[in-house]
Design a binder for this molecule. Structure first.
Ligand code: GTP
Ligand code: MG
Length: 416
């Protein structure tokens, strides 16, 4: 019984305004955790020289040639690093507003968000939009790092001013600000990331890595939900491949698949060919079920325990933010939730909301435009969704039109 139970996988998403230092911060985390090999440093340095740009940590991430030309992160990117306690997957989310859609995909399996705010610039438009989206996506654990402290002489006063300004925005979005940690850092110099800063002795809170290491992820009491990705029948054995999205899945569980309505028992659980007694949220596993068979079970199905089954629905109330140009009542789109892809219709747009402030701008509009948020009644083909406040992993959806993500949102009420 080594410290297997202590080591958890934590998914971190970094958000914040353009140029506030997200890529530099990730570079620093990777570098200080010794996740980057020396050859890679050379390779990146060489590339950077070609473009006559000073070597910076941001190049660990923004190290694609196109990006060097464009000088900004063009796509969401995930990287792994380890601390002594946890394994981290950290996702860099581009700051520019055209890339909001990437952020929505990047944020879909997030345990904790780190909001990066430059001590030189403070809260900006994109800082607010990202906070709005995080709130909408139900991400409750947020750390704020006030970056570029080196550029403001490591001033306590500047930090306090930033903290007050950010606190005001956080509380306007409904965050309980008393519990939110603010950390003064310099991603460039490495202050208060892994190494405690000697320049900010006035700060006695945790470093960023210390804060991340105590993030709690408790799955024990959560409702069990497993999303089906694939179904195999080989040599009389029926295996379902998919991912545990919430709670614990155990051998022997009596389960029900929805919308297909098939009930069965878990005979075996496997991960990378090894047998397991139980699996937890985030695990991609194979589930072998009883001889009642797999006929009818499909990608897009969700299973839960018979005692707390997933309920298929044909209509739900959601809140979505629009990334495409416009959306009108009566429009038909594709909706993706978990592994399900179904057709949906915009039945009714109830309220149009400003995604920068959270304010309701109009009730019962006929349509909404780019960057607007809205509460919408969706008609769908039978589908399992959950209220995001209860099971966030199945309470988020993406709207697709002609193969492009044009919006994303959360489920407010599933069977209303
Ligand atoms: P986008 O990907 O465009 O959204 O930007 P980003 O948030 O990833 O910012 P990035 O890490 O690329 O940093 C932007 C600029 O700020 C770069 O020139 C960095 O060198 C600089 N920078 C980042 N962190 C610090 C810091 O701690 N101190 C100072 N002085 N500059 C920093
Ligand atoms: Mg970047």
């Amino acid at each position: 019984m080594q410290n297997e139970k202590i080591n958890v996988n934590v998914n971190v998403v970094l958000v914040g305004h353009v140029d506030h230092g997200k890529s530099t911060l990730i570079g620093r985390l990777l570098y200080d955790s010794e996740s980057i090999k020396d050859e890679r440093v050379d390779e990146i340095q060489k590339l950077a020289e070609e473009y006559k740009r000073r070597f910076e940590f941001a190049y660990f991430l923004d190290s694609f040639e196109d990006e060097l030309k464009e000088e900004r992160t063009i796509d969401t990117m995930s990287l792994m690093f380890k601390s002594e306690l946890n394994n981290y997957t950290i996702t860099d989310v581009p700051g520019h507003k055209e890339f909001i859609k990437n952020m929505l995909t990047g944020a879909s399996h997030t345990d904790v968000a780190v909001l990066v705010v430059s001590a030189e610039e403070g809260v900006q438009e994109q800082t607010r939009r990202h906070l709005f989206l995080l709130k909408m996506l139900g991400i409750k654990q947020v750390f704020v790092v006030v970056n570029k402290m080196d550029a403001v002489d490591y001033s306590k006063e500047t930090f306090e001013t930033m903290k007050a300004e950010i606190t005001e925005v956080l509380s306007s979005f409904g965050y309980a600000t008393g519990q939110i940690l603010f950390i003064p850092v310099s991603a460039m110099e490495g202050d208060n990331i892994y190494r405690r800063s000697e320049k900010m002795e006035w700060y006695d809170g945790p470093t960023l890595i210390q804060a991340l290491d105590v993030v709690q992820i408790s799955e024990e009491e959560k409702t069990q939900r497993f999303v089906v990705q694939d179904v195999y029948g080989v040599d009389g054995e029926s295996t379902i491949i998919g991912r545990v999205e919430s709670g614990m899945v155990r051998r022997g569980d009596e389960i029900i698949f929805e919308p297909s309505g098939i009930q069965s028992e878990i005979k075996e659980l496997k991960i990378f060919g090894e047998h397991l007694e139980e699996a937890r949220a985030g695990d991609s596993i194979g589930v072998t079920i009883g001889d009642r068979g797999i006929i009818g079970i499909m990608r897009g199905d969700v299973f839960g325990l018979v005692e707390s089954p997933p309920k298929p629905t044909k209509q739900f109330l959601g809140e979505a933010v629009l990334l495409g140009k416009e959306l009108k009542e009566g429009e038909t789109l594709e909706l993706r939730c978990g592994s399900a892809k179904v057709e949906c219709e915009i039945r009714e747009i109830k309220e149009k909301i400003n995604s920068e402030t959270g304010e309701v701008i109009e009730t019962n509009p006929n349509g909404i435009n780019e960057h607007d948020a809205a509460t919408i009644v969706f008609d769908t083909e039978p589908l399992v969704v959950e209220k995001f406040v209860e099971i966030p992993e199945l309470g988020r959806f993406v709207l697709v039109k002609n193969g492009r993500n044009i919006g994303a949102g959360v489920v407010l009420d599933a069977n209303f």
